[in-house]
Write a protein of this length. Sequence first.
Length: 320
Amino acid sequence: METLALVVPVFAVMLTGFAMVRLGILPATIAGPLVQFVYRVSLPALMFRIVAEDSLSSILDWKFWLAFGGGTLLLLILARLVAGRWLGDNAGQRAILSLSAVQTNTGFVALPILHSLFGAAGVPPAAVANIIIAGVFFPIGVAMLVAARGSTGTRPSWTRIGRDVLLSPLVWPTLLGLVFASFAIPIPAIVDDYLAILAAALTPGALFAIGASLDLKAIRYDIVRIAALSVVKLAVLPALVFAVAMALDMAPFTIIAVTICAAVPTAKSVYFLAEEYDVAQRDAAAVISATTLASVVTLSLWLVALAEVFPEAFHSRIAG
């Protein structure tokens, strides 16, 4: 019950955003600008500030990379091999739906939740997960969609893709923070205070924006397939990552963090890819909405379960 009491306020912020828009108290258009502020201002401020002051060992933990990245890649491959044509009528739709089952919203859900529950200690794991998603799985998604286009002759500019990844608000603050951490460069107090003010808006802003942008109508579309993909995303992927992390004998808190990073809803970057390549936009929107709504329950269950398995690590981090 203690753990559940800690989780409820997090999801209550999401539900508040949803209610404010649906009741007409705030316009639906508020979600877009709020997302941009959080994504381009608060998120980089928090990630840079924490990573710059953290030890490199926690950022460059190869076990975390293997558990999160390896587990995600394994499930992506299995989704393509096992589900096959069930995922869609064409290669583009199959690519989008398989990505929907593994592309996690680490920046807007995992990071705010881990930061809310564990403070600064929760940021570095989410930062690593962000790098893996943006630097590894986003390019993989592009390659899958390009291959799906077949003979259209369209090819991406890999230079542009690389530039976009490096300039992503999920990546460049982490890389810059790593430079500061590597050379032990101190952040001036006045700059640190400035970044702290901007970073403070991340958790409420991100969670409120998610709730405000939630589209219940999209969930009714192709409900059986969307429900199956939601189960894979919210239950199978975190279970697989948890199993890999346990097999690697990772520290209890790291197992908690890596599992939560895998258990969050599908990232909106999947919809951006669907829009960019003009394929399966409705499918992507449906999975994102369904996993976001269902995660209110599933993430709570994961946190309660993890607290039962690792009570000391969980509560000592929160108490600290």
